[in-house]
Design a protein around this ligand. Structure first.
Ligand code: IPM
Ligand code: MN
Length: 353
């Protein structure tokens, strides 16, 4: 197969982890006989420095003409403590999500047998956890209008807004995923307080009869926050709005023991994008110490979700498991053993595909 992949390394450790994913993707292409073309474009603070815009039109065009987008991370501390900054790297991420129509953010949480003991949670609670969030990504309070300040600047407001269509398309993906898994769908909302949540619940209730093999549970977000760490095995597929999904997927990533390991896919109307769920980790940028596995596993999701090539995806997850078992890992998970550099882990994985 011939594949065109847009590479958006972004900020902080983004370029280093993307470079390792490229090595692994190339190794997979060689093994399975694919031809891959990469086209790189700037995003985030890197793009602001170059063009003044965190998601320039030229980058958008690169994404549109690619078959899939592989994304590193964005964010730069020089913007974090400046609430008055006119442009922020995160705006680029949100603009990109909106313009590419990436309405469904798929964030799995699973454990690695060789790493479960690293989780702060008790072993019997997390062994074998396998759940996946479908987070709505282009609506809700992240985008609702009006938003901003009053004239005096003494009050600020954000608007949470959802249409039935937005909920329906996300929920359908959740139902379909549940059908292929353990057939349990949890709708996470705050329907006891929020009108938007009541529309979520009502919409999901209306769709449920179309998926008779899926058991649907409705649970308030605060209760989920608790049960997710008490008994994560209670969940299979969770669907939720943008803000709740942002918070709960960070919480869920702790289960596996390292946020550096978790991949994600964002599926949408114009393209599909794959990114690790960790951020730009600026303290580690340029040091060749960041864990590249989240990005490499995101490349595995790319083979699966963008190209329907599950053997290629499995080749990547297998080699990642092998590296964990053999201790070819970066310092964040080395535990007193030898800590390999980011680039060494990438080289090892590519050589062992
Ligand atoms: C994420 C991030 C982003 C979000 C930020 C960087 C805007 O936290 O992808 O989860 O809140 O969606
Ligand atoms: Mn987040």
């Amino acid at each position: 197969m011939e594949m065109n992949i847009a590479l958006l390394p972004g900020d902080g450790i983004g370029p280093e982890v993307i470079a390792q994913a490229v090595k692994v993707v190339n190794a997979v292409a060689k093994k399975f006989g694919h031809t891959i073309h990469f086209e790189e474009a700037p995003v985030g603070a890197a793009a602001i420095d170059l063009t003044g815009d965190p998601y320039p039109d030229t980058t958008h065009e690169v994404c549109l003409r690619a078959d899939a987008v592989l994304f590193g991370a964005i964010g730069d501390p020089k913007y974090d403590n400046d609430p008055k900054a006119k442009v922020r790297p995160e705006q680029g991420l949100l603009a990109m999500r909106k313009k590419l129509g990436l309405f469904a953010n798929v964030r799995p949480t699973f454990t690695f047998p060789s790493l479960v003991h690293k989780s702060p949670l008790k072993l019997d609670r997390i062994e074998g956890v396998d759940l996946v969030f479908f987070r709505e990504l282009t609506g809700g309070i992240y985008f609702g209008e009006p938003r901003g300040r009053n004239e005096q600047g003494t009050k600020a407001f954000d608007t949470n807004v959802y249409s039935k269509e937005e909920i329906t398309r996300l929920a359908r993906m959740g139902f379909e995923a549940a059908q292929k898994r353990r057939k349990l769908l949890t709708c996470v909302d705050k329907a006891n307080v929020l009108a938007t949540s009541r529309l979520w619940r009502e919409t999901v209730q209306e769709l449920a009869p179309e998926y008779p093999d899926v058991k649907v549970e409705y649970e308030f977000v605060d209760a989920v926050a608790m049960r997710l760490i008490q008994w994560p095995k209670a969940y299979d597929v969770l669907i939720t709005e943008n803000l709740f999904g942002d918070i709960l997927t960070d919480e869920a990533s702790v289960i596996s023991g390292s946020m550096g390991l978790m991949p994600s896919a964002s599926l949408g109307t114009e393209n599909k994008l794959f990114e690790p769920i960790h951020g730009s980790y600026p303290q580690a940028a340029g040091k060749d110490i960041a864990n590249p596995l989240g990005t490499i596993l995101s490349a595995a999701m790319m083979f699966e979700y963008a190209f329907d090539l599950s053997d290629e995806a499995k080749a990547i997850s297998d080699v990642v498991n092998k590296s964990l078992e053999e201790g070819i890992v970066t310092e964040d998970i080395a535990e007193g053993g030898k800590a390999y550099k980011t680039s060494e882990v990438g080289d090892w994985l590519a050589a062992n595909i």
